[in-house]
Design a protein around this ligand. Structure first.
Ligand SMILES: NC(=O)C1=CN([C@@H]2O[C@H](COP(=O)(O)OP(=O)(O)OC[C@H]3O[C@@H](n4cnc5c(N)ncnc54)[C@H](O)[C@@H]3O)[C@@H](O)[C@H]2O)[C@@H](O)CC1
Ligand SMILES: [K+]
Length: 511
């Protein structure tokens, strides 16, 4: 799914109105009705108090329309107009009049107004600012935002949490609604997916308001959200007459004294994601442990016992993952550099492999094209330097990726895959993944997909998604805290099954 800028959303809005021959207020009605249906579907008429805070633009207009439907269905609600400007939008005014026609009088809030009491079991609908926000809210509006944030109520934001700019801005934003849930129109907003801005919302979902799909298809976008359907379309089904050679012979290189487990995790994940054969290249100290605990793998050893000093692979591997538990010993660094000079096919590089590259940036020139680097935030900083904000991080990561012809997998919530031109946000996964070895497992999975003939971008997108999905499946049984890296490997099978299971056709009326 494409992620669009505010300008593009406004354009899509305009185009749709023209193409469908509707008025802008009909589009607002459609959008706000989706919000109402969402609430009504859950509340089923329950008499909880609903506070609807409306700005004076179209986001506020959505709140006005919602209020009308709440009224018509007998809900217990109070509408407020957060009267921060005289420049009210046309459709806001139209829908304010429609409310008044029904003898509903919103309460107008101004700088000197007393702020309403919000109770424990109440619901707040935040329709103060949408994507039209273009500066800091005034002090009194900031106070109101603070008041809502400190209230115990459940907060639902319309389109975006009010006060959160929907793209990079030059001013500092400090007054932002903390939304429990965001109901956003048509397309996800980039700011939902980045750590510094995504922290203002717990969860979000998209309500389809039927903006013209051909128009949206024609829009250029740099960022995408990976959805299940994207994965299904790149999946390569196994064929009847295939054999283990069809799916490649992958090699996992890494480990040092006390860190053989990392390699084992990567190797097992690689095999479980479908690589036909897996060999491990480890220092001598890993031999017994791996041979006895991982019977499916073949074990190659370095001449040194404690860490890797020379990498020799006596066959052509279909894919290679390198770096987990490797250490940054002098001889290992030399061996890593020499290995890069010989390497021809794209590599998957993680952990100490990335640390070595960060310290010896001259080695970046040796990276085979389309290699995949999977840094966590600290490793990324070592690699590309520090950044001013998340937007700057995206720019720098893209520039790095472009310059060195590599794919970066930026690990975290909503892991992002950048290939120098575009970025793909992942949607699976949960905080249980913040556990030892989960990165090793990811490297193994991506290597497994490369081994089976997926290209680097496909392997990264698919691998990251499957890794997160396996963790989601297990977390639904045991929660986040107890999830460990081995659980991800054990649930890869279920993740494949879940991903590829045919879904019943969608009810067109659903959002
Ligand atoms: N295609 C869509 O996505 C649709 C969007 N609609 C709604 O329209 C919203 C956008 O509406 P608007 O463009 O009217 O903008 P907003 O309602 O977000 O903002 C209101 C206006 O306030 C002014 N303003 C901005 N920041 C301010 C500040 N800090 N203090 C005081 N005034 C400020 C601006 O002039 C802005 O136009 C969307 O977020 C969405 O809720 C829907 O009504 C219809 C369809
Ligand atoms: K809002």
């Amino acid at each position: 799914m494409k992620i669009l800028s505010s300008e593009q959303i406004y354009e899509a809005d305009k185009f749709t109105i023209k193409k469908q021959g509707i008025t802008s207020d009909a589009l607002m009605e459609r959008a706000a009705l989706k919000i109402f249906e969402w609430l009504h579907g859950r509340l089923q008429g329950a008499q909880v108090k609903i506070h609807v805070f409306c700005g004076i633009g179209n986001n506020g207009g959505d709140g006005m329309v919602l209020s009308r439907h709440l009224f018509e269905h007998g809900y217990n609600f109070q509408t407020y107009v957060v009267d921060f400007s005289e420049k009210r939008s046309k459709d806001f005014l139209l829908n304010l009049e429609r409310l008044k026609d029904r003898k509903i009088w919103p309460s107008f809030l101004e700088a000197k107004s007393q702020l309403p009491q919000i109770g424990m079991d109440d619901i707040v609908v935040d329709a103060i600012f949408g994507i039209g926000l273009n500066r800091q809210p005034d002090k009194w509006v900031a106070n109101l935002i603070k008041h809502i944030n400190t209230s115990p109520a459940f907060v639902i934001s319309v389109d975006v949490p009010s006060g959160l700019p929907s793209q990079k801005v030059s001013w500092k934003f400090t007054s932002v609604i903390k939304a429990n849930h965001v109901l956003s129109f048509q397309v996800p907003k980039l700011v939902f997916l980045l750590p510094e801005t995504g922290k203002y919302l717990d969860t979000w979902e998209i309500l389809n308001i039927d903006l013209d799909s051909d128009f949206i298809s024609g829009l250029e976008s740099n960022y995408f959200l990976t959805q299940r359907s994207n994965l299904v379309s790149i999946y390569k089904p196994r064929t009847k007459f295939s054999h283990k050679g069809t799916y490649g012979h992958a090699v996992i290189i890494g480990g040092s004294h006390g860190k053989i487990g990392a390699v084992q995790l990567a190797g097992r994940a690689c095999l479980r994601s479908g690589s036909g054969l897996v060999s491990m290249f480890v220092p001598g100290c890993g031999y017994n442990a791996l041979q006895s605990s991982f019977p499916e793998a073949m074990i190659l050893t370095d001449t040194a016992m404690d860490h890797i000093t020379e990498i020799e692979i006596p066959f052509t591997a279909s894919a290679i993952g390198i770096g987990m538990g490797l250490g940054t010993f002098k001889k290992t660094v030399v061996a890593f550099g020499e290995f890069l000079q010989k390497a021809k096919q794209p590599l998957v590089i993680d952990a100490d492999g990335i640390n070595i590259l960060a310290k010896h940036q001259e080695m970046l020139k040796q990276l085979p094209e389309n290699s995949i680097l999977t840094p966590h935030p600290k490793e990324l900083e070592r690699l590309i330097g520090s950044w001013d904000d998340d937007f700057d991080k995206l720019d720098k990561a893209n520039a790095f990726s472009m310059k060195h012809g590599v794919i970066l997998v930026l690990k975290g919530a909503n892991s992002l895959i950048v290939d120098g031109e575009k970025g793909y946000f992942n949607t699976s996964g949960n905080p249980g993944l913040a556990t030892a070895g989960s990165g090793d497992v990811l490297t193994g999975i991506i290597t497994g997909f490369l081994s089976q003939g997926y290209n680097s971008l496909e392997a990264s997108i698919f691998g990251v998604y499957l890794h997160g999905l396996a963790a989601d499946i297990k977390a639904s049984e045991i929660g986040f805290e107890a999830l460990i890296a081995s659980d991800i490997i054990e649930n890869l099978g279920k993740a494949f099954v879940e991903l590829l299971r045919p879904k019943p056709p969608q009810n067109k009326k659903e959002t």
